[in-house]
Write a protein that binds this ligand. Sequence first.
Ligand code: FES
Length: 220
Amino acid sequence: MSREPCGSADDGCDGDCGDCADGGGDGHRPSIFTDERASVARRDYAKLLATVGGLTAVGSLAAPLAGLTRVFERSYTGPVYSDGIYLVDGEGNRIDESALAEGEKTTVFPEPRPGIEKAPTLLVRHPEDAYGGETRMEFTIGGYAAYSKVCTHAGCMVSNEEGETLVCPCHFGKFDPTAGARVVGGPPPRALPQLPITLSSEGYLMATGDFEATVGPGGG
Ligand code: FES
């Protein structure tokens, strides 16, 4: 994974000085003082780190709660897709077959229909021979596979990733998109439901039916 330089070229930073918080060493720049003032500077720095750490912990708790709130407010429980419903991006644009390169992923939605326009779906693309395991290959097209974005554990949005693995930020449920989005870590009890998709005659991705399994928590 690439690493951001700790400073800018204007600062004379080459990004490899080892003085960054993530750059090794003890995580702070050496004090210019060599006497008592140096230890005071270190204590102040430690206090600052403790404060930032506390604030970060609050932030990481707040986000999952927000996600849970959003999901619990979902009231629509009917079918999400049906045969012939196009996949669209957040602006409502249809997704053509060249939309993603292999290894890329994005969030799509069913082309607006009352009640389901916000149903989020993860669209991924991998080489066809990368798929295996529990993937329903007849539900894929041109290396594209689509899965519900709603976590099967408690309904948060699966919105993070670790390499190719899809990660739910609430309790770190992990899903393998090349194996039918089966669970590979964390508490989710089952895979993300896969959506059957194909290409329309105009070259746009569209569903050929609805998710076969229950979207979100519950279901078998
Ligand atoms: S809601 Fe996704 S892991 Fe708990």
